[in-house]
Design a protein around this ligand. Sequence first.
Ligand SMILES: *[C@@H]1O[C@H](CO)[C@@H](O)[C@H](O)[C@H]1NC(C)=O
Length: 267
Amino acid sequence: MLKSLFNRWVFLVLMISVLVSLRRTPEKIVESETELTHLIFSVFLQRDLAQEDEPSSGSTLYLEYDYYRETCPEAEKIVSSRMARIYEASLLVSAGLLRLFFQDCFIRGCDASLFLDDSNGNKSYLIERQAIPHTTLKGFDKIGLIKEGLEMACPRVVSCADTLALATRDGILLTGGPYYPVFTGRRDSIRSYYQEAMAGVPGPDDNLNRILQLFSVRGFNERETVSLIDLVRVYASDDGTTFRVDFATAMVKLLILGVLYGSQGQV
Ligand SMILES: *[C@@H]1O[C@H](CO)[C@@H](O)[C@H](O)[C@H]1NC(C)=O
C-alpha cells in the first residue's frame, strides 16, 4: 500500500517541495510553470552533479528514483514492511538507524563502508566500525534483518548502502518525521575507513564549533548542520515547519555525498 503512495508523481511533487525549500520559505508554493520546469530540471541537475563529483569510470549508472523497479521490484516494499515490524518491537530503532546512516555517509558518502569488515581476520587492522565516534552505534542487526529479506527476494541485487538509506527514511516516517525522497542505485564500498572516521566524524566530545567546521568541509551550512545534529542527537519532536524542511533538505544533500556508482563499488 505504501508503494502506491511512492509513485513517480508523488515523488516529483515531494522532490519539488524540498527543492522549493532551498530557495524560499516553506509556506510558498510553486506558482508559475516556468518555475516548475526549472525545479524539475534541478532534480536532474542534482543527479548529474552527484555523478560529476566522482572520477569518470565509464559507468552509465546513476542514482535514480526506484532504481530497483526492474531488478527487484519489491525492494522498497520489503524495506518498509520489515521496518514497520522492527519499529513496532523497538521504537528506538529509527534514532539508531539515523545515526548509523549519518555516520556512514559522513565518511566518503553513503557507501555502507561502516558495515564492511575488510580485516580478513587481521586483529591489528582496524575497521571503520571500531573508530571511537562509532562505538555507541546501534542497529547493525536491524539492517541485517532487512537485508536478509531483500536477499531472499532478490539475491545480491540491493546494496547495503541503499538498504540503510531507505530504512532510515522509513524509520523517520514511522516516527512522524518529515518525508524526503531517496534516490537509489548506490554501491557498497570495497574498503572501510578507520583513520578517516577517527579524524572526520564528529565525536561525542566535540563542541559545536568543531562540528560546524567538520560539516562545512562537506558543504553543509550552519542551519542544515544544526537541524541534522538536533535530530541525530536528540531525535527531537520539534514540529516546527522550518526545522522539518531544513532537515529534509540536509538529508537530501547527505544522500548524494560521494556516491559510488557501478563498478566503483560492490553489492
Ligand atoms: C595486519 O594489519 C596491520 C595494520 O594495518 C598491518 O600492518 C599488517 O601488515 C597486517 N598483517 C597482515 C598479515 O596482513
